[in-house]
Design a protein around this ligand. Structure first.
Ligand code: MG
Length: 498
């Protein structure tokens, strides 16, 4: 295979990096297996194995001679863009990895694994007090993490940057200010005028898993997903995508047994994540620039397929025959029913089940609370009330249980504070990419004809082929000539829902 890496120092770095890559590969397999196949009690040994592999990987990354090589490469002039990408990614990994003392990482991993257990119990019994002390410890750990990493304006910046390189709290605040101001009146109008329904009889229709599995596979086939060749579709409690490399990218879905839009749209969503990895440049294989660059860019790909493609009129028409063939109850409904069912808008409590219009309010709520934890010394005991007040302020509804309020997400138990905004970044960006794509393609016609090649080729050219060479903001400048702009999403919501 032709190589894009010419420089001798870079070649040496990559030869050593293979070991780190291999550990990552093994960790992905273990992680996938844990969610898809592992019997419940396997968790103890699995998490120890995972932890030890992380330590091993960090040891290789921070070996003095490896760090020295990367330092040396930073000073070399005339590297090509691929080589500069390798240096950029490794330099960042080393910097982040070196920021944390080993005893801090150990404490983090112990606290989060116990916090996750406490969260599970608290959620099951709707008893917040079981989780509260752990959340205080997590907030403390997050503050210390921010201090170790360093920041310019506020601690939240340091955490945000870990998940979305180069994005600041100020960027996110500006994004949400605009969104809140514009989206609230739109939501009110949708609900008042009933342009789309708030509920649909299809939500109640029951299906059998085998039927739905056939539907999902047929949809993936239409997309040209290489099932069995470079990918798999499996079942897990929370749908996800994992890549072991460019040639083995796997997705999962879940089957509730009713309300089939959930499994269809989550399969389509994960397909978008997978396509990003599958369409990467094969010449980057085994290197640190293979794979998607950030969570926000990744989510823009999944949201593109879920919202722009999966929730379109054309897609409803396209999959209607497949649905009818496999689900007897579809005979009582029309393609227009499917479209409306996929596009209901209804203020509700659970983020993961939220519609396109209310979704970003769920993220804004979490962003506000996380900033209070980090910057304003808010304690865990005050958070449920703050959550409920904010929910009422944003969506006009007030949770009656912790389960439909503060205890719904696993993220804080995992210690990931600063992650949520990437969901909104991705959602907004998917609409922005769509309008740029429309300048070059008749997107709707391609969906109608199940001719997804041109859409995939466009995404490959603009986003996928670049792997992690460029940080997110630079990638966008390069591919669409502008930075993230919420106006596109607002326009899309207006066109779709008003
Ligand atoms: Mg996703």
């Amino acid at each position: 295979m032709e190589t894009v890496f010419q420089n001798e120092t870079i070649k040496e770095i990559l030869a050593r990096y293979r070991r780190i890559w291999a550990i990552g590969h093994a960790q992905s397999v273990l992680g996938w297996d844990m969610e898809v196949n592992m019997p419940r009690e396997g968790i103890l040994e699995r998490s120890v194995a995972q932890g030890e592999l992380s330590v091993l990987s960090q040891e290789f990354l921070l070996k003095p001679d490896f760090v020295e090589l990367v330092e040396k490469a930073k000073g070399i002039e005339g590297l090509n863009e691929y080589e500069r990408g390798v240096v950029r990614v490794l330099d960042r990994d080393i910097r982040i990895s070196r920021s944390f003392p080993p005893e801090f990482l150990r404490e983090m991993s112990e606290v989060t694994s116990q916090a996750t257990k406490a969260w599970e119990e608290a959620k099951k019994s709707n008893n917040y007090s079981k989780f509260e002390p752990w959340l205080d410890r997590i907030i403390d750990l997050a503050k210390r993490a921010a201090d170790y990493l360093g920041y310019e304006d506020e601690p939240y910046d340091a955490l945000l940057d870990m998940f979305e390189e180069g994005t600041t709290t100020r960027d996110v605040t500006r994004m949400f200010d605009r969104l809140e101001k514009e989206l609230k009146p739109i939501l009110d109008r949708i609900l008042e005028e009933g342009t789309v329904p708030q509920s649909h009889p299809l939500e109640k229709e029951a299906y059998e898993q085998a039927q739905m599995e056939r539907v999902n596979r047929m949809i993936l086939e239409k997309f040209g997903f290489p099932l069995g060749v470079r990918s798999r579709l499996d079942v897990s409690a929370h749908p996800f995508t994992t890549e072991f490399g460019i040639k083995d990218v796997r997705i999962t879905t879940r089957y509730e047994g009713y309300d089939f839009r959930m499994t269809v749209l989550s399969t389509v969503h994960e397909f978008g994540h997978a396509l990003y990895e599958l369409q990467g440049d094969e010449r980057f294989m085994f290197s640190p620039i293979a794979g998607g660059v950030s969570l926000g860019i990744h989510e823009s790909q999944s949201r593109f397929w879920e919202n722009i493609v999966g929730r379109s009129r054309e897609f409803a028409g396209l999959i209607y025959p497949t649905l009818k063939e496999n689900l007897p109850f579809i005979a009582n409904y029309t393609p227009k029913d499917i479209y409306l069912y996929f596009n209901m808008v209804r203020p509700d409590f659970i983020r993961t089940e939220a519609d396109v219009v209310t979704y970003n309010f769920h993220i804004l709520l979490r962003f506000k609370l996380e900033r209070m934890m980090l910057n304003e010394g808010v304690k865990a005991k005050d958070l449920p009330e703050l959550w409920n007040d904010e929910m009422e302020n944003l969506l006009g509804i007030r949770p009656k249980t912790y389960r439909e309020g503060i205890l719904q997400d696993i993220h804080w138990a995992h210690g990931t504070i600063g992650y949520f905004p990437t969901y909104s970044i991705g959602t907004l960006l998917s609409a922005q990419l769509y309008y740029h794509m429309k300048r070059d393609l008749n997107v709707e016609e391609h969906i109608t004809n199940a001719d997804f090649g041109p859409i995939k080729a466009w995404l490959r050219e603009k986003i996928h082929r670049w792997g992690s060479i460029y940080p997110p903001k630079e990638l966008l400048k390069k591919s669409i000539g502008e930075e993230l702009n919420p106006d596109y999403f607002i326009r899309w919501v207006k066109e779709r829902y008003l």
